[in-house]
Ligand binder design. Structure first.
Ligand SMILES: [Zn+2]
Length: 479
């Protein structure tokens, strides 16, 4: 029986330059397999343009699994350096050759892994390839360091600037205005996902002509380039050779806001999905419930898939709120039932009493928000200074102790001054249609503004399937 053989081809930047595309590699490998009298069972192909990074190679991994399984007993490659990128990977292949007699043939010269000499050849080739990669890496590193020190921009065109004839950055007025608008909205408390959605709705594209994604927008807003700072390897390297779009103080506030773990839920890149996640409480442990969409098994009688009769299990997906606290887990309720109940109560309250309950002071709210942002930024900078050994732990503690109460006071002022005039439509007789049109974030915000305290109580197991409105208590401020 002839040997079941795999052909492995890898496309990478260096082979492109040598005109050694996948087609050529494959053709040469097929010819070699035929010459050896081996039967090709499969061709594995990886696209691996960045040879220096250890990116996973799915086809390589699949092939090595097939080798392990015995489906493949020989591998044909164009050259050994196509097959393995690191000495460690080569040793893996040699190990397979030892254990299961894996055979290897290469177009670029015979390498018999069964002999000492063949292995030495393979290792030497690998070492030379590695050396070359490291050399070019080192040269590149030195070059980048030099460029950073000069303040020059490296890389593709960043959103907000254009290249001039000398590839220097000049402000693109329309895009710079977009950057400033996004900065203002984020500082005003808008969620990243919301700003992203609006950019896409307005047809604003990224510098590469794509739609915005939350992570892309977040990265764009966190670039120190925005305030004219050149960074290198994540550290400030000096003044960039371009005009800033925002001033440094504003940028520091954006960074403080977007990287503050305490405000993560506001900065989350995704649109909130469920009305009562992190809003309603578990009646047993007092923690927040979370919305889930999980399956349970329902046992049904009738015809099974194999044609026989009798009980069978089917997966049933259901939205539910449940207590995620590992020490509790005692509360779980059908989401649609709870949402409907809560919505009915909220709409009643808003229609009757919304004007009074939602009346706020927008000017005071804005002022408080500004002060919160400034304090947040100060705290973040203090923490950074501590991390960089600029200040001592004692100093950090003293500054933090002074700022924390101020922050708490401003937060209290902000919640008193909420909400703003834009909530007027959520009062009076039109409230039901406004609620229907609102997104989940807005609805959650309304629940918070009303001071709605929703608690899902535990129910006994004998309660059957029907929803008991008494098992969810709803209280609100000013009731
Ligand atoms: Zn609980």
């Amino acid at each position: 029986m002839s040997t079941p053989t795999a052909i492995y081809v890898r496309i990478s930047r260096d082979t492109e330059g040598m005109g050694l595309g996948v087609k050529r590699q494959r053709g040469d490998c097929e010819a070699l397999a035929t010459k050896l009298g081996w039967t090709v069972v499969e061709t594995y192909e990886d696209n691996d343009v960045s040879a220096t990074r250890s990116k996973p190679r799915p086809a390589y991994q699949r092939m090595m699994a097939d080798v392990e399984r015995g489906k493949v007993q020989a591998v044909v490659v164009w050259d050994v350096d196509r097959l393995t990128r690191t000495p460690r990977e080569l040793e893996d292949v040699i190990d397979h050759a030892d254990r299961i007699g894996l055979r290897l043939a290469s177009v670029g010269g015979d390498i018999d892994l069964a002999t000492e000499q063949g292995r030495m050849m393979a290792r030497m080739k690998g070492t030379v390839a590695r050396y070359e990669i490291e050399q070019s890496r080192r040269r590149l590193k030195a070059k980048h360091k030099e460029l950073a020190a000069s303040g020059a921009h490296v890389g593709p065109r960043p959103f907000g600037w254009d290249f001039d004839a000398d590839r220097a950055l000049v402000i693109n007025p329309a895009e710079a205005a977009t950057v400033r608008e996004c900065v203002d909205r984020v500082l005003a408390g808008d969620g990243i996902w919301k700003v992203t959605r609006d950019l896409n709705d307005q047809g604003v594209l990224t510098s590469t002509g794509r739609q915005w994604q939350t992570q892309v927008l977040r990265r764009m807003l966190l670039r120190w380039r925005n305030c004219g700072v050149r960074t290198h390897l994540g550290k400030e390297a000096g003044q960039g050779q371009w005009d800033p779009i925002v001033d440094r103080e504003t940028h520091e506030r954006v960074v403080a806001l977007l990287t503050d773990p305490a405000r993560r839920s506001n900065n989350r890149g995704t649109e909130p999905k469920y009305l009562l996640t992190s809003v309603a409480y578990c009646g047993e442990c007092g923690g927040h419930v979370v919305g889930t969409n999980e399956f349970t098994y329902a046992v049904k009688g009738g015809l099974r898939t194999d044609g026989t009769r009798g009980p069978s299990r089917t997966r049933v997906y259901a939205h539910a709120y449940k207590c995620p606290n590992a020490d509790c887990l005692k509360v779980q309720r059908n989401m649609a039932d709870v949402d409907e109940h809560v919505t009915r109560v909220v709409l009643g309250v808003l229609e009757r009493d919304g004007v009074r309950l939602l009346g706020g002071d927008p000017v005071a709210a804005e002022a408080a928000r500004e002060r919160i942002s400034a304090l947040d930024a100060k705290l973040a900078l203090t923490a950074d200074q501590f991390a960089d050994d600029v200040i001592t732990g004692d100093q950090l503690k003293r500054i933090t102790e002074r700022l924390r109460p101020q922050l708490a006071a401003e937060r209290a002022r902000l919640s008193q001054a909420q909400p703003e005039a834009s909530l007027a439509e959520y009062t009076g007789p039109g409230v039901a249609s406004a609620w229907d049109a609102a997104d989940v974030e807005t609805r959650k915000r309304l629940l918070r503004l009303l001071g709605m305290k929703i608690t899902i109580e535990r129910v006994g197991s004998g309660n059957g399937r029907s929803y008991d409105p008494d098992s969810v208590t709803i209280e609100w401020a000013g009731a």
